[in-house]
Design a binder for this molecule. Structure first.
Ligand code: CAO
Length: 424
């Protein structure tokens, strides 16, 4: 079966996390992703958070599936010629260098567009144009600048960053959508365009509901926030809402059986109006269905702590999975707090390809997260990440059509570093 993006060539000039997550998805959808890396060094993540000395790290391998690796010094004159030929051959150039780095290399958007008017050039930077545009930015900086950290955590605690990498992987996803949209437009116009995504903007987009609440504050307190029922006044900005649910339905994280020893023996529990009566019956408080002060959602707002404490007395008698089994048939929305260990052991996720086991010549088998987007006519086969420079010669010969003598000259110029053999 052909893949959705088969025939699309990507010049992958990305590194660390944000850019690589984008090109990995393009690779999963069938694009030929050519990762261009600095000779002898490569993407810095290859050697970061190393668990097996000498082998590419999981940080690298889990972000660079379905790619080919080419070593190329883009600051060397011959290297620039090779890069120019790659730009002519490719449909998309993706990069997430520090602001200005590509210009300093001599490959501004104007130059790239001149070399290949059909190419799409897609960039991730920390900030969009403005006072911070020259800053280098990492995940947590983006989470803070995009409004996520100020709205995450508990009211009486400091701002918090989240475990989900919304700054890096979130921005990679946004960029990916920009690229396929630009490819779609190119089908009609025949010309490429520039696609830019700032990490601050991506985080803000994901924190959109908190900007909604910022404006609602002008009309009065945010009644669905626990602090309203607790009588704590609101300040000028959207506050941290603990584990309140963002959609306006009261929800909390509650202890389950075993919480004393298991840090993840918790469940999320939502008490939306439609299931209130079922919740009352389930926890053994049938009178709350009709009692004054409990019967309607507005009446319950100042009693949420009391109500959730009572529900917690019940959840503490059950495991988080028993709670799922009891509540789901009643349409009471609950969610077990799953540890990464529990997720890694979930056979169902392997059956759907959301988790995959990948073999790697340096590290052996490891678990990776597969493609979360499922296309019925473009199945994903997760391939291991390339070793540094594993495909340099292959790309020079097959994609760029250099002859043996030319490859020899390029090699002698120092543009591709030491020629490496492909792994078995
Ligand atoms: N050949 C020759 N030189 C190369 C090269 C190659 N194949 N690949 C990269 N380089 C050079 C760059 O041109 C740059 O040189 P100059 O400083 O002379 O311009 C140099 O390597 C370093 O690149 P960099 O500044 O992008 O890398 P860094 O480690 O200093 O910064 C990062 C990393 C991520 C902070 C920065 O790239 C950045 O802000 N990127 C945009 C935002 C982003 O994606 N952040 C997410 C990172 S994941 O948390």
């Amino acid at each position: 079966m052909t893949k959705a993006l088969e025939g699309v060539k990507i010049l992958d000039f990305t590194h660390v996390q944000s850019g690589p997550t984008c090109t990995q998805i393009l690779g999963w959808f069938g694009a030929d992703v050519i990762k261009v890396e600095r000779p002898g060094v490569g993407d810095a993540t290859r050697k970061q958070l190393v668990d097996k000395p000498g082998a590419d790290s999981l940080y690298f391998t889990m972000l660079n599936h379905n790619k080919r690796s080419m070593e190329l010094n883009s600051k060397n004159e011959t290297g620039k010629e090779v890069l120019t030929r790659l730009i002519k051959e490719c449909d998309v150039l993706v990069e997430n260098f520090a602001p200005g780095a590509l210009d300093r290399m001599g490959f501004s958007w104007e130059r790239v567009h001149e070399i290949n008017p059909r190419i799409i050039m897609a960039s991730i930077k920390g900030f969009g144009p403005g006072k911070y545009e020259d800053c280098k930015v990492y995940e947590n900086v983006a989470q803070c600048a995009g409004g996520s950290a100020s709205t995450t955590g508990f009211l009486d605690g400091p701002p918090l960053v989240t475990g989900a990498q919304i700054g890096d992987s979130g921005t990679g996803l946004h960029l990916c959508l920009g690229i396929v949209t630009a490819l779609f437009q190119r089908e009609k116009t025949g010309v490429g365009q520039r696609v830019s995504v700032a990490m601050q903007d991506s985080v803000l987009n994901l924190a959109r509901v908190k900007m909604r609440d910022q404006q609602r504050l002008e009309a009065g307190p945010l009644k669905e926030y626990s602090q309203f029922g607790e009588g704590i006044p609101f300040g000028e900005a959207t506050p941290r809402a603990g584990n309140d649910s963002g959609g306006g339905q009261p929800g909390r994280i509650l202890k389950c059986k075993g919480w004393e020893t298991d840090p993840n023996a918790y469940t999320y529990f939502i008490i939306q109006a439609a299931v209130w009566e079922k919740v009352c019956d389930l926890i053994g408080e049938p009178n709350w269905k009709t009692d004054t002060g409990f019967a309607t959602p507005p009446e319950r707002l100042d009693k949420l702590n009391q109500i959730f404490e009572r529900i917690e007395q019940w959840t503490m008698t059950k495991t988080k999975f028993e709670i799922m089994d009891l509540c789901n048939p009643l349409d009471i929305p609950v969610g077990p707090i799953l540890s990464m260990k529990e997720i890694a052991e979930d056979e169902g996720l392997y059956a759907t390809g959301t988790l995959v086991k990948v073999d790697h010549p340096e590290r052996g088998e490891y678990i990776s997260v597969g493609c979360p987007i499922k296309l019925s006519a473009s199945p994903v086969e997760v391939e291991r990440s390339p070793l540094l420079g594993e495909h340099t010669e292959e790309i020079l010969r097959d994609v760029l059509k250099y002859s043996d003598e030319e490859i020899q000259t390029i090699s002698e110029s120092g543009a591709i570093g030491e020629v490496r053999k492909a792994a078995e």
